[in-house]
Design a binder for this molecule. Structure first.
Ligand code: ZN
Length: 260
């Protein structure tokens, strides 16, 4: 199984500042970089469309958080996985993410948007734990939205933002404990933030943490190459056992694989 965990709006420097013991332990048992780069505009829906389709916003045409069809459709990770006979599941709490795949591609999809308070991720998290424990799916996407929400309410790196990330770190620790040991896991953010916003090309908005662990991944290894969120789909594809798609612009982060 391959599990892709998104922590929306998590800045690299927030991990130590919020004392994220579970994410720190995950980095020690895997490979990571704190210098990965988002895309412009550093906004959630454009970023996720780039993550799942490995092309920049100029190519897919999604430049805001409001739905429009892709300008020229690109096959996404879930569609390519399906072509290779892989079953995918999405568990999330932000409804526009339904557009990361086309109809009839997901084997399971769960979404509920609860009230925007500190427990925003908790219900989704319980469902994510249940889904990974079933071991029915080859690929599971889990999206935690509350850290970004706290950034918009309190300001990035302010105490309310850090407290929310500490809480999500506890949830991620529970999720990781529920995932079978032979699985591969990728954890990243879509963008960072500054003051109470994001979306610019400032380093605070563009720089994101990117980390992975699993039986094929080097332990306690710092990724040396530059990493873009366009590289996530090709890397997840390698973990799932198939290759890069010809329409994708990113490349698999091969140096962190043990046989590299
Ligand atoms: Zn976001």
């Amino acid at each position: 199984m391959v599990v892709f965990v998104m922590i929306d709006g998590m800045r690299p420097d927030s991990i130590d500042a919020a004392n994220c013991v579970n994410l720190q332990a995950f980095m020690r048992r895997g490979s990571s970089t704190m210098q990965a780069q988002s895309v412009m505009p550093s906004v959630t829906l454009p970023c996720h469309t780039s993550i799942f389709h490995s092309v920049p916003p100029g190519r897919h045409g999604i430049t805001t958080n409001y739905y429009v069809p892709m300008a020229r459709p690109v096959p996404g990770l879930v569609e390519v996985a399906r072509m290779h006979g892989k079953k995918s599941a999405f568990v999330h709490n932000w409804e526009p993410l339904r557009d990361m795949t086309r109809p009839e591609q997901l084997s399971y999809s769960w979404c509920h948007e609860p009230p925007l308070d500190q427990s925003y991720d908790d219900e989704m998290h319980r469902e994510a734990v249940r889904v990974v424990q079933t071991q029915r799916y080859d690929f599971v996407f889990v999206y935690y939205g509350s850290v970004d929400t706290a950034g918009h309410v309190y300001g990035w790196m302010e105490q309310g933002y850090l407290d929310q990330l500490t809480h999500v770190d506890t949830l991620v620790g529970e999720l990781l404990a529920a995932i079978p040991a032979d699985s591969h896991v990728v954890i990243q953010a879509d963008h960072g933030g500054h003051e109470r916003t994001h979306g610019t090309d400032m380093a605070e908005d563009m720089t994101i943490p990117w980390m992975a662990a699993g039986p094929q991944i080097k332990t306690n290894y710092t990724i040396g190459r530059s990493v873009s969120l366009l590289d996530t789909a090709p890397t997840l594809a390698r973990m799932l056992g198939f290759g890069n798609h010809e329409d994708w612009n990113g490349t698999s982060i091969d140096e962190m694989f043990i046989d590299a």
